[in-house]
Design a protein around this ligand. Sequence first.
Ligand SMILES: Nc1nc2c(ncn2[C@@H]2O[C@H](COP(=O)(O)OP(=O)(O)O)[C@@H](O)[C@H]2O)c(=O)[nH]1
Ligand SMILES: [Mg+2]
Length: 219
Amino acid sequence: MTESRIDFRRAKFLISAPDIAHLDQYLPGDVGVEIAFAGRSNAGKSSALNALTEQKSLARTSKTPGRTQLINVFELDAQRRLVDLPGYGFAQVPLALKNKWQQALGEYLQKRACLSGVVVLMDIRHPLKDLDMQMIKWAVASEIPVLALLTKSDKLAQSAKMKTVNEVRLTLSEFGDWVQVEPFSSLKGTGKPKVLAILNEWCHPQWLTDELAAMNNAE
Ligand SMILES: Nc1nc2c(ncn2[C@@H]2O[C@H](COP(=O)(O)OP(=O)(O)O)[C@@H](O)[C@H]2O)c(=O)[nH]1
Ligand SMILES: [Mg+2]
Protein backbone atom coordinates (compact mmCIF):
# COMPACT_ATOMS: atom_id res chain seq x y z
CA MET A 1 0.00 0.00 0.00
CA THR A 2 1.32 3.45 -0.85
CA GLU A 3 1.01 5.82 2.07
CA SER A 4 0.11 9.40 1.42
CA ARG A 5 2.66 12.00 2.48
CA ILE A 6 1.31 14.30 5.11
CA ASP A 7 1.48 17.98 4.24
CA PHE A 8 2.54 19.60 7.51
CA ARG A 9 1.89 23.05 6.07
CA ARG A 10 -1.79 22.27 6.43
CA ALA A 11 -1.57 22.18 10.24
CA LYS A 12 -4.20 24.35 11.83
CA PHE A 13 -5.09 25.23 15.39
CA LEU A 14 -7.70 22.87 16.83
CA ILE A 15 -7.96 23.42 20.57
CA SER A 16 -6.15 24.57 23.72
CA ALA A 17 -6.19 22.89 27.10
CA PRO A 18 -5.52 25.22 30.04
CA ASP A 19 -3.12 22.84 31.77
CA ILE A 20 -1.89 19.33 31.44
CA ALA A 21 -3.77 17.99 34.45
CA HIS A 22 -7.03 18.53 32.54
CA LEU A 23 -5.70 17.65 29.13
CA ASP A 24 -7.84 14.55 28.70
CA GLN A 25 -11.03 16.60 29.18
CA TYR A 26 -10.10 18.83 26.29
CA LEU A 27 -8.47 16.46 23.86
CA PRO A 28 -10.45 14.82 21.13
CA GLY A 29 -11.08 11.09 21.60
CA ASP A 30 -8.09 8.82 21.89
CA VAL A 31 -8.21 7.76 18.23
CA GLY A 32 -6.16 8.47 15.16
CA VAL A 33 -2.62 9.66 15.64
CA GLU A 34 -0.99 12.21 17.91
CA ILE A 35 2.59 13.43 17.82
CA ALA A 36 3.71 15.40 20.87
CA PHE A 37 6.39 18.08 21.05
CA ALA A 38 8.11 18.50 24.40
CA GLY A 39 11.11 20.33 25.72
CA ARG A 40 12.46 22.70 28.30
CA SER A 41 11.26 26.27 28.08
CA ASN A 42 13.24 28.15 25.47
CA ALA A 43 14.43 24.96 23.75
CA GLY A 44 13.06 26.27 20.46
CA LYS A 45 9.85 24.25 20.34
CA SER A 46 7.56 26.97 18.99
CA SER A 47 10.15 27.99 16.42
CA ALA A 48 10.52 24.37 15.31
CA LEU A 49 6.75 23.90 14.96
CA ASN A 50 6.53 27.07 12.91
CA ALA A 51 9.47 26.01 10.72
CA LEU A 52 8.12 22.50 10.16
CA THR A 53 4.65 23.74 9.22
CA GLU A 54 6.00 26.77 7.32
CA GLN A 55 3.67 29.00 9.31
CA LYS A 56 5.11 32.10 10.92
CA SER A 57 2.94 32.08 14.01
CA LEU A 58 1.24 28.71 14.35
CA ALA A 59 2.91 28.30 17.72
CA ARG A 60 3.93 31.57 19.28
CA THR A 61 7.62 32.15 19.91
CA SER A 62 8.58 34.06 22.97
CA LYS A 63 11.50 35.87 24.52
CA THR A 64 10.01 35.40 27.98
CA PRO A 65 9.73 31.66 28.31
CA GLY A 66 7.69 29.53 30.66
CA ARG A 67 4.82 31.94 31.10
CA THR A 68 2.13 29.73 29.75
CA GLN A 69 1.03 26.24 30.69
CA LEU A 70 -1.36 26.09 27.75
CA ILE A 71 -1.31 22.99 25.64
CA ASN A 72 -2.11 23.67 22.02
CA VAL A 73 -3.38 21.01 19.69
CA PHE A 74 -3.01 21.39 15.93
CA GLU A 75 -4.83 19.32 13.38
CA LEU A 76 -3.04 17.95 10.32
CA ASP A 77 -6.07 16.15 8.95
CA ALA A 78 -9.13 14.34 10.31
CA GLN A 79 -6.99 11.56 11.81
CA ARG A 80 -3.78 13.31 12.81
CA ARG A 81 -2.76 15.91 15.37
CA LEU A 82 0.30 17.67 16.73
CA VAL A 83 0.33 18.44 20.45
CA ASP A 84 2.47 21.31 21.71
CA LEU A 85 3.16 20.47 25.35
CA PRO A 86 4.16 23.28 27.71
CA GLY A 87 7.85 23.81 28.26
CA TYR A 88 9.20 22.13 31.37
CA GLY A 89 11.96 22.98 33.78
CA PHE A 90 11.27 26.68 34.00
CA ALA A 91 13.04 27.96 37.11
CA GLN A 92 10.29 30.34 38.29
CA VAL A 93 7.59 27.67 38.54
CA PRO A 94 6.97 26.62 42.16
CA LEU A 95 8.18 23.12 42.96
CA ALA A 96 4.74 21.77 43.89
CA LEU A 97 3.32 22.86 40.54
CA LYS A 98 6.34 21.46 38.73
CA ASN A 99 5.86 18.07 40.34
CA LYS A 100 2.13 17.98 39.64
CA TRP A 101 2.72 18.74 36.04
CA GLN A 102 5.48 16.27 35.57
CA GLN A 103 3.15 13.65 36.93
CA ALA A 104 0.40 14.69 34.51
CA LEU A 105 2.89 14.74 31.66
CA GLY A 106 4.02 11.24 32.58
CA GLU A 107 0.40 10.08 32.64
CA TYR A 108 -0.30 11.57 29.25
CA LEU A 109 2.69 9.73 27.79
CA GLN A 110 1.70 6.50 29.48
CA LYS A 111 -2.05 6.52 28.84
CA ARG A 112 -2.58 8.15 25.49
CA ALA A 113 -2.90 5.23 23.12
CA CYS A 114 -2.98 7.35 19.95
CA LEU A 115 0.41 8.87 20.72
CA SER A 116 2.69 7.58 17.97
CA GLY A 117 5.80 9.63 18.63
CA VAL A 118 7.35 12.25 20.86
CA VAL A 119 9.76 14.92 19.72
CA VAL A 120 11.99 16.00 22.61
CA LEU A 121 13.61 19.30 21.72
CA MET A 122 16.85 20.30 23.38
CA ASP A 123 19.12 23.26 22.78
CA ILE A 124 22.20 21.68 21.16
CA ARG A 125 24.36 23.65 23.60
CA HIS A 126 22.60 22.15 26.67
CA PRO A 127 21.31 18.68 25.78
CA LEU A 128 20.12 15.82 28.01
CA LYS A 129 19.13 17.59 31.22
CA ASP A 130 17.38 15.48 33.86
CA LEU A 131 13.86 16.30 32.69
CA ASP A 132 14.79 15.56 29.08
CA MET A 133 16.05 12.15 30.12
CA GLN A 134 12.88 11.62 32.16
CA MET A 135 10.70 12.42 29.13
CA ILE A 136 12.70 10.08 26.92
CA LYS A 137 12.54 7.28 29.49
CA TRP A 138 8.79 7.66 30.00
CA ALA A 139 8.14 7.60 26.27
CA VAL A 140 10.32 4.58 25.61
CA ALA A 141 8.85 2.76 28.62
CA SER A 142 5.45 3.24 26.93
CA GLU A 143 6.90 2.02 23.62
CA ILE A 144 6.57 5.39 21.96
CA PRO A 145 9.39 6.30 19.57
CA VAL A 146 11.34 9.46 20.32
CA LEU A 147 13.05 11.99 18.12
CA ALA A 148 15.65 13.86 20.17
CA LEU A 149 15.96 17.09 18.25
CA LEU A 150 19.08 19.16 18.92
CA THR A 151 17.84 22.64 18.18
CA LYS A 152 19.59 25.91 17.31
CA SER A 153 22.32 23.92 15.58
CA ASP A 154 23.29 27.11 13.74
CA LYS A 155 24.78 28.30 17.04
CA LEU A 156 27.65 25.79 16.73
CA ALA A 157 30.35 25.31 14.12
CA GLN A 158 30.05 22.11 12.08
CA SER A 159 32.68 20.19 14.06
CA ALA A 160 31.25 21.11 17.47
CA LYS A 161 27.77 20.31 16.19
CA MET A 162 28.74 16.81 15.00
CA LYS A 163 30.64 16.17 18.21
CA THR A 164 27.52 16.90 20.28
CA VAL A 165 25.27 14.90 17.95
CA ASN A 166 27.58 11.90 18.27
CA GLU A 167 27.83 12.21 22.05
CA VAL A 168 24.06 12.41 22.42
CA ARG A 169 23.63 9.44 20.06
CA LEU A 170 26.07 7.45 22.14
CA THR A 171 24.32 8.31 25.41
CA LEU A 172 20.89 7.46 23.99
CA SER A 173 22.05 4.28 22.25
CA GLU A 174 20.87 2.39 25.35
CA PHE A 175 17.34 2.88 23.97
CA GLY A 176 18.18 1.25 20.64
CA ASP A 177 15.89 2.07 17.72
CA TRP A 178 13.34 3.75 19.99
CA VAL A 179 15.31 7.00 19.97
CA GLN A 180 16.69 8.89 16.98
CA VAL A 181 18.88 11.96 17.30
CA GLU A 182 19.03 14.77 14.73
CA PRO A 183 20.42 18.30 14.65
CA PHE A 184 17.96 21.02 13.69
CA SER A 185 17.89 24.74 13.01
CA SER A 186 14.63 26.60 12.62
CA LEU A 187 16.64 29.59 11.48
CA LYS A 188 18.51 27.83 8.66
CA GLY A 189 16.15 24.94 7.97
CA THR A 190 18.86 22.39 8.81
CA GLY A 191 17.47 18.93 9.44
CA LYS A 192 13.98 19.77 8.22
CA PRO A 193 13.62 17.11 5.48
CA LYS A 194 14.87 14.43 7.88
CA VAL A 195 12.45 15.49 10.63
CA LEU A 196 9.51 15.67 8.23
CA ALA A 197 10.32 12.15 7.01
CA ILE A 198 10.30 10.82 10.58
CA LEU A 199 7.05 12.63 11.44
CA ASN A 200 5.50 11.32 8.24
CA GLU A 201 6.40 7.78 9.24
CA TRP A 202 4.83 8.32 12.68
CA CYS A 203 1.69 9.54 10.93
CA HIS A 204 1.22 6.08 9.42
CA PRO A 205 1.31 3.54 12.24
CA GLN A 206 -0.16 0.10 11.59
CA TRP A 207 -2.99 0.70 14.08
CA LEU A 208 -4.28 3.65 12.05
CA THR A 209 -4.30 1.57 8.88
CA ASP A 210 -6.29 -1.05 10.80
CA GLU A 211 -8.65 1.55 12.29
CA LEU A 212 -9.39 3.05 8.89
CA ALA A 213 -9.89 -0.38 7.31
CA ALA A 214 -12.33 -1.33 10.08
CA MET A 215 -14.24 1.94 9.51
CA ASN A 216 -14.48 1.23 5.77
CA ASN A 217 -15.70 -2.30 6.40
CA ALA A 218 -18.36 -1.06 8.80
CA GLU A 219 -19.77 1.32 6.19
N1 LIG B 1 19.76 30.89 16.46
C1 LIG B 1 18.62 30.25 16.64
N2 LIG B 1 17.75 30.68 17.57
C2 LIG B 1 16.60 29.99 17.74
C3 LIG B 1 16.29 28.85 16.96
N3 LIG B 1 15.11 28.36 17.37
C4 LIG B 1 14.69 29.19 18.37
N4 LIG B 1 15.57 30.17 18.60
C5 LIG B 1 15.45 31.24 19.58
O1 LIG B 1 15.36 30.70 20.89
C6 LIG B 1 14.38 31.40 21.68
C7 LIG B 1 13.31 30.46 22.18
O2 LIG B 1 12.60 29.96 21.06
P1 LIG B 1 11.09 29.44 21.19
O3 LIG B 1 10.75 28.78 19.89
O4 LIG B 1 10.17 30.49 21.69
O5 LIG B 1 11.29 28.32 22.34
P2 LIG B 1 10.20 27.51 23.19
O6 LIG B 1 10.11 28.17 24.52
O7 LIG B 1 10.79 26.14 23.32
O8 LIG B 1 8.91 27.49 22.42
C8 LIG B 1 13.83 32.52 20.79
O9 LIG B 1 14.53 33.70 21.06
C9 LIG B 1 14.15 32.02 19.39
O10 LIG B 1 14.31 33.06 18.46
C10 LIG B 1 17.25 28.43 15.95
O11 LIG B 1 17.08 27.44 15.23
N5 LIG B 1 18.37 29.18 15.84
MG1 LIG C 1 7.04 28.05 23.01
